[in-house]
Ligand binder design. Structure first.
Ligand code: HEC
Ligand code: HEC
Ligand code: HEC
Ligand code: HEC
Ligand code: HEC
Length: 268
């Protein structure tokens, strides 16, 4: 019966172009402007959070529809699932998602994705495994930049109390502190390799031309991604990822940089 009522509303709406609400449920297909129009009034804080986020300041803007889709039915459940985030964050093979999918969480999620329900707010801790939104938007906060910002990756102090509290839905605080300290130590090793490269390049700049050093600078750029891979492996709790795509890649970069510089002809 209820389905039929909803279906009827949908039809009315499709023809009138207006939202119709029964039992306080809004049905229909909307564009981003319409989402904002209604929700600006009722969810000012939420919209404000979104406006402060890296999503709203991206070009193009990552708007409501990017995560929620256009259809109002199941509009929240859809956004809670990993599919809402994966494609845009460079897909399953990109570092952000790959570092998650090779973690225990990612593996368990793959097995249990159908059993998670998705209809309950994430903060009700009604989920066994955390997905992207569970960690990054745990209280429905739409500022994804509150606890994680890509410009200050994994200084463990930067994994704010908010993110720790999320972990503690399921793990003990002592365990989490250990993990974060370990992650920070691994990241410090990675940063050391980058600093070593920077020192070598600085010395080389006194001796060689910009053009001669072009391949060295190319290699230095790659270190940025490999450093991020270490941070992502640590943040997303995938030791494998941190190892295979982070530390040895940095070692390789450093070796190549040394090699390039040692082969340059010295001008005396
Ligand atoms: C005509 C006004 C209106 C428009 C347009 C509208 N909403 Fe809503 N929205 C509501 C109302 C009222 C509720 C609460 C009742 C309900 O869940 O339908 C709501 C609820 C929601 C919820 C919570 C649902 C839940 O299960 O807890 C989300 C998420 C949401 N809207 C997102 C959106 C997005 C995204 C758009 C644009 C695609 C949008 N809304 C367009 C009025 C609107
Ligand atoms: C990065 C993805 C993303 C974007 C962008 C996004 N949302 Fe959401 N939204 C979510 C997720 C995930 C949830 C579920 C949070 C939860 O379970 O507490 C949610 C929940 C909501 C809710 C329900 C909040 C509640 O407390 O019940 C509303 C309303 C909503 N979003 C509206 C919007 C509007 C309007 C926009 C555009 C300004 C928007 N969202 C943009 C992912 C997003
Ligand atoms: C349509 C594209 C798109 C979607 C969908 C999307 N994101 Fe993003 N996200 C971006 C872009 C672009 C940035 C900013 C640049 C960057 O960090 O890559 C970003 C940044 C972030 C950041 C870093 C914030 C910062 O301040 O650096 C987090 C965390 C994040 N997104 C989580 C999510 C989660 C969780 C979801 C799904 C609920 C999601 N995103 C959905 C495109 C998207
Ligand atoms: C168990 C919690 C958790 C889950 C699940 C999770 N993340 Fe993260 N994410 C983190 C932490 C912690 C960091 C790093 C925090 C720091 O460095 O301060 C991070 C970092 C990020 C960043 C920043 C990377 C950058 O460019 O600097 C993005 C984007 C992101 N996650 C997106 C996602 C997406 C998309 C998913 C799902 C495929 C996901 N996360 C799953 C906790 C999580
Ligand atoms: C919703 C519950 C939940 C949340 C939230 C959560 N985890 Fe987990 N975590 C699990 C489950 C379930 C496992 C798998 C346990 C097992 O091995 O049986 C797991 C496994 C892990 C493992 C692998 C342990 C091992 O034995 O290999 C690490 C590390 C971890 N979590 C860290 C974190 C961190 C850090 C956070 C917060 C950023 C977090 N978790 C948030 C549920 C959660």
């Amino acid at each position: 019966m209820i389905n039929r009522v909803l279906f009827f509303c949908f039809i009315v709406m499709a023809f009138s172009g207006h939202a119709v609400s029964t039992d306080n449920l809004v049905l229909g297909i909307f564009n981003n402007e319409q989402c904002l129009q209604c929700h600006e009034k009722t969810d000012g804080d939420l919209i404000g959070g979104w406006r402060n986020s890296a999503h709203a300041s991206s070009e193009p803007v990552i708007d409501c529809v990017a995560c929620h889709g256009t259809e109002h039915e199941s509009v929240a459940a859809r956004a809670r699932q990993d599919q809402a985030c994966i494609e845009c964050h460079r897909g399953a093979k990109g570092p952000v998602v790959h570092s998650y999918s090779t973690s225990k969480h990612g593996v368990l999620m793959k097995i249990q994705v159908g059993q998670q329900g998705w209809s309950k707010p994430l903060s009700m801790a009604n989920y066994r495994v955390p997905g992207c939104a569970y960690c990054h938007m745990h209280a429905g906060e739409h500022d994804v930049s509150i606890s994680v910002r890509h410009d200050i990756m994994l200084k463990s102090e930067s994994v704010q109390d908010k993110m720790r509290a999320v972990c503690q839905d399921c793990h003990s605080s002592r365990y989490i502190s250990r993990l974060l300290e370990n992650g920070e130590a691994m990241l410090e090793i990675a940063r050391k390799k980058v600093r070593e490269a920077d020192n070598l390049i600085k010395q080389a700049e006194a001796k060689f031309s910009e053009q001669q050093l072009a391949p060295v600078k190319q290699q230095r750029l790659k270190m940025q991604q490999h450093l991020l891979n270490v941070a992502l492996g640590a943040g997303h709790q995938s030791p494998d990822y941190q190892w295979w795509h982070g530390q040895p890649a940095l070692d390789g970069d450093l070796l190549r940089i040394k090699g390039f510089i040692s082969e340059l002809p010295t001008i005396e």
